[in-house]
Design a protein around this ligand. Structure first.
Ligand SMILES: Nc1ncnc2c1ncn2[C@@H]1O[C@H](COP(=O)(O)OP(=O)(O)OP(=O)(O)O)[C@@H](O)[C@H]1O
Ligand SMILES: [Mg+2]
Length: 357
């Protein structure tokens, strides 16, 4: 039926089971994948009525009729297909008319496992490509209606008293929380590739500390324990300041009022990171140490994952951002926490000689 040569090769190379039916619904041809799928030989299949060999859990004879009369192809998803001695498998089935062969139809059967696998690969790739744009867009789009909801709730609350007003307060407060979350997501999405230059680590730490000390960490005591001989590093200054601030903020939030944050730097050549086949030294050590209660043990394992938070109002994006930035800089972050002493250590490479200072 199928002419020898290229047609044959093509037919048998198809990774999807294919069947050709004659106008009387007899199997005229099967490809190799179809033989494997049914675990039956072409010889035993050819010439048999299709409904003797294939059990399809769908009104497939109706589908054949429509394809023949409309001369258009048709697909049926998620049907179970089996044969006498074979366990039914979930498939997407396509039925197409054969051009220039009146009454003949082609059936292609794609087992769902295969379809899912291909689909998933595609969607992961597409998501990776567009994740940044998508999250920004989504955050932006949600912020506008959210502002509308907040405004309306505030207007409503003016004519309300007591318990009813508690409800509108709840709406306003929860909307604020969503807004804070969206702002974090936007920050995540806005992360550009690091624009690196030579920096003295202490300058970056001091900038972060000054902002923290007048804001979110105003009630904390800071102790600086810097190694003044530390060589410069090669980083995106804004992104590193963000890293230090997120860590200081977490420390302040964990301690409540009146804790101490110790900022420590030192040189240690023992840490080497293997990446892309080469080993790089990460001798610059920066520690942000607090004397708070320590990381809750139930989340300690996943603390760098997004949306993992031990705080009631936490979004759980702070440390995910920290770890993303550090890894974009080929650095390393480690954690050591017991009640009374939590240490986040960031290890960074030294600025290369030719980068100038
Ligand atoms: N220094 C610390 N001491 C104790 N627990 C900490 C410390 N740093 C982080 N954690 C715990 O890790 C959780 C995750 O921190 P992360 O910064 O990722 O999110 P978050 O602070 O909850 O929210 P966000 O930073 O997005 O506002 C925190 O909720 C807290 O439970
Ligand atoms: Mg945080």
């Amino acid at each position: 039926m199928i002419s020898a040569g290229f047609g044959d090769v093509l037919w048998n190379s198809m990774p999807i089971p294919a069947f050709l039916l004659d106008p009387g619904d007899m199997i005229a041809e099967v490809n190799l994948a179809a033989e494997q799928f049914l675990n039956l030989s072409a010889r035993s299949l050819k010439g048999s009525p299709v409904f003797d060999k294939l059990m399809i859990d769908a009104p497939i004879d109706d589908a054949f009729r429509r394809v023949r009369t409309d001369q258009a192809s048709l697909s049926i998803n998620d049907v179970f297909v089996g044969s006498g001695d074979r366990k039914p498998e979930q498939c997407n089935v396509q039925v197409a008319p054969m051009i220039a062969m009146p009454g003949f139809v082609l059936i292609l059967m794609e087992p769902r496992q295969l379809a899912d696998r291909l689909g998933r690969q595609m969607s992961v790739k597409a998501a990776a490509k567009s994740a940044i744009g998508m999250s920004e867009m989504l955050a932006h789009e949600i912020k506008n209606p959210l502002a509308g909801i907040t405004g309306a709730a505030q207007l409503l609350s003016m004519n309300l008293t007591g318990e009813d007003q508690e409800m509108t307060d709840l709406i306003v407060n929860e909307a604020r929380r969503i807004l804070a979350l969206l702002e974090q997501v936007e920050q995540f999405g806005n992360l550009r590739p690091p624009q690196k230059r030579v920096w003295n680590v202490h300058d970056l730490l001091e900038r972060a500390r000054k902002v923290a000390a007048v804001g979110f960490a105003a009630s904390m005591k800071f102790v600086e324990d810097y190694d003044p001989s530390l060589p410069p590093t090669f980083v995106d200054g804004d992104q590193m300041i963000q890293v230090f601030q997120n860590l200081m903020k977490n420390a302040a939030e964990a301690c409540g009022k009146g804790g101490t944050i110790r900022l420590r730097t030192f040189y240690d050549l023992s840490l080497r990171l293997r990446k892309r086949g080469a080993t790089a030294a990460l001798p610059l050590q920066i520690e942000i140490i607090d004397d708070g209660p320590g990381i809750p043990p139930e989340i300690a394992e996943d603390i760098f994952e997004p949306f993992v938070s031990g705080r009631e109002n936490g979004t759980g994006l702070g440390l995910a951002l920290v770890s993303k930035i550090v890894s974009d800089h080929d650095g390393w972050i480690s954690l050591d926490s017991v009640p009374g002493r939590t240490v986040f250590r960031i290890s960074l490479p030294v600025a290369p000689k030719e980068s100038g200072d």
